[in-house]
Design a protein around this ligand. Structure first.
Ligand SMILES: N[C@@H](CCC(=O)N[C@@H](CS)C(=O)NCC(=O)O)C(=O)O
Length: 159
């Protein structure tokens, strides 16, 4: 059985876990924290999540894991069938990762100091934008859940 390695409060871990659950793929969850011996044993960079496939291959990077699940388990697709629409979903995933999650992640230390948070201009507008998790559906004609939904939604949760 496929194993997902990571920890429950990781947004990246949860992107992949949501995809596994939505697609109905049986999996084991191995709770492992960044840079721990358990995680370092299955991924060269020690970040969560990582995955051990049914063939025993170890993989890391959440977008790679999402693509792998779609390729290996095509039932209950999380990407549209049309190549252009698929590219648009992947575009949203990339935008969510590079320009939403990674900048938002820099704010995490500020959670330790609420005065800092109160003084960040535009934070309320950012939160409102991130609450609109339907962004991926706007380019997905069949209005089914897709991998960009999970990536955009959980990128928002990280901030
Ligand atoms: N680009 C990676 C990022 C994963 C990542 O940063 N995971 C965090 C946990 S949410 C982590 O392991 N951080 C510890 C570290 O960077 O050493 C992915 O998409 O999987």
């Amino acid at each position: 059985m496929l194993t997902l390695h990571g920890f429950p409060y990781s947004n990246y871990h949860n992107m992949v876990k949501h995809a596994l659950m939505e697609k109905g793929i049986p999996f084991k969850e191995n709770i492992a924290y960044p840079q721990s011996p358990e995680l370092n044993a299955v991924t060269p960079i020690g970040k969560a999540p990582a995955m051990t496939t049914e063939k025993g291959t170890t993989l890391s990077e959440s977008s790679v894991l999402l693509d792998y699940l779609e390729d290996a388990y095509p039932e209950n697709p999380l990407y549209p069938a049309d190549a252009d629409a698929r590219a648009q979903v992947r575009q949203l995933m990339k935008v969510a990762e590079l320009y939403m999650e990674l900048p938002a992640r820099r704010l995490l230390p500020a959670f330790l100091d609420w005065d800092v948070m109160d003084n960040i201009p535009g934070l309320a507008e950012w939160d409102a934008m991130m609450a609109d998790t339907d962004i991926a559906r706007k380019v997905d004609a069949d209005h089914q859940a897709n991998s960009a939904d999970f990536m955009a939604y959980l990128a928002g949760k990280a901030g």
